[in-house]
Design a protein around this ligand. Structure first.
Ligand code: FAD
Length: 406
């Protein structure tokens, strides 16, 4: 069991951001304000927003968590990074998912597990937006149980050929590299992680149509037919792919939590301004106590979700500074899961309440609450569905002896 008291004592946590970090956050805020009308337009046209990459590359914001040694890396600490993603989350879960996948699942995983050659090769263009990263773990028959995946690799002439299908892969059709997880052919152990160039022969991506939400985001099915990679493309120690994948998901959960806090903030802002001008029964609806109840709950959940996020970011930063400390890793894993679980549910609740406050107008995608309602629903599914998070958090309290699948 991680020593939670030691690592998560709020009184020892300092969330102050330095002047330099504040500048990063101001830069993010300015870019988001400018980006909003672009995302609005794509959303209402139900089109994948192909401006996200060039827009944020031009703003030098595609390398936030990456060391300054690589390309446009900003070297942001985890608290600054989390606050930046929270700000981006206010713009919508579609645009925030772009950041979560490219940065948390992609860049942070390569930064943690990659060797120097891989970091130079992948992170340098990735921070400049010249190469977008995706993360291919889920398959048609392997989601919550990634150990059951069937994508496999075989060694041929000193190289590897990967064959299989990946499903629900964010940025799958717009990425240059996908981190693909596969077993050796004929085995169900020894999973490895690979950096796959999507321009390789045998690689195909297809957009998934008719999604419930996220119309501006690329979500794809990937088909790999003997896609060739070299030994230099193996990410992390051979056979340790599951650890690589799980660490990617931990990064991803922090990012999802941050985005969800942004969604709650935006829903609250929208609800407060609407409740201040919409008049029914002779007064603004913000003066009706049942409307106030919605706003009070949203405001409380916002603060709770943000504190859980900051706690997770703080502990994650400590882990980044001590990557060999397994107790710290376990504490970070739990803190990220807790923040993601709470913020995801609270963001859907906030979107639901904001839609309600807007009444009939809440049902129109012209208004932001309806978009958040459709889009944030996915956060209770991806990067660990609610039920999987509940089990993980329960084990954090009960201890690993209660593991159901060991
Ligand atoms: C828009 C979108 C984007 C995505 N992006 C990516 C991506 O970039 N990369 C990637 O690899 N994946 C991605 N995913 C996939 C996502 O991570 C999976 O959908 C998720 O892990 C759930 O897996 P599944 O869909 O197979 O559901 P299943 O695992 O089949 O689960 C179905 C239901 O059963 C429950 N369940 C399963 N096992 C248990 C259990 N042991 N106990 C209790 N309940 C259980 C689940 O909680 C869920 O409610 C994305 C998904 C979506 C929708």
């Amino acid at each position: 069991m991680p020593k939670q008291d030691e690592f998560m004592n709020l009184s020892k946590m300092n969330f102050d951001v330095s002047e330099e970090q504040e500048m990063i956050l101001e830069q993010v805020d300015r870019a988001c304000k400018e980006f909003r009308p672009i995302e609005d337009r794509y959303y209402l046209e139900h089109k994948i927003n192909d401006q996200t990459r060039p827009f944020f590359a031009k703003a030098h914001l595609l390398g936030l968590p990456v060391s300054r040694r690589y390309g446009d890396g900003q070297g942001a600490d985890m608290v600054t990074y989390a606050l930046a993603i929270e700000r981006i989350g206010r713009e919508g879960t579609g645009v925030r998912t772009f950041f979560s996948v490219h940065m948390a699942l992609g860049q942070m995983t390569v930064q943690h597990w990659g060797n120097e050659e891989q970091k130079n090769r992948i992170l340098t263009p990735a921070t400049k937006g010249d190469a977008i990263l995706a993360f291919g773990l889920t398959e048609p028959n392997a989601g919550s149980d990634p150990a059951s995946l069937t994508t496999y690799f075989e060694e041929k002439g000193g190289k590897y050929q990967i064959t299989g299908q990946k499903m629900w892969i964010s940025l799958g059709s717009s990425s240059k590299y996908v981190l693909v997880f596969a077993y050796p052919k004929g085995r169900r152990e020894g999973m490895s992680g690979f950096i796959v160039d999507t321009e390789s022969p045998g690689f195909k991506a297809e957009l998934i149509p008719h999604k419930l939400g996220l119309p501006t985001a690329d979500t794809s099915t990937l088909y790999l037919d003997k896609v060739e990679v070299t030994k230099e493309d193996v990410l992390g120690p051979p056979g340790k792919g599951m650890s690589v994948a799980l660490s990617g998901l931990m990064n991803g959960r922090l990012s999802v939590a941050a985005g969800c806090v942004g969604v709650i903030q935006d829903c609250l802002d929208e609800a407060v301004s609407y409740a201040g001008v919409r008049v029914q029964h002779g007064k603004v609806i913000g003066k009706h106590q049942l409307v106030q109840r919605h706003i009070g709950l949203m405001a409380t959940n916002l603060e709770a979700a943000r504190l859980l996020l900051l706690q997770a970011a703080f502990v994650k930063q400590k882990y980044e500074e001590n990557p060999g400390n397994t107790e710290l890793r376990d504490a970070t894993d739990l803190a990220c899961a807790r923040a993601k679980y709470f913020a995801a549910n609270a963001s859907f609740d906030a979107a639901n309440r904001a839609v309600q406050i807007f009444g009939g107008n809440g049902y129109s995608l012209e208004n932001r609450p309806a978009r958040h309602f459709a889009d944030t629903r996915v956060t209770m599914i991806y990067e660990g569905a609610n039920e999987i998070m509940e089990q993980k958090l329960a084990l954090g309290a009960l201890g690993k002896g209660f593991e159901a699948y060991s």
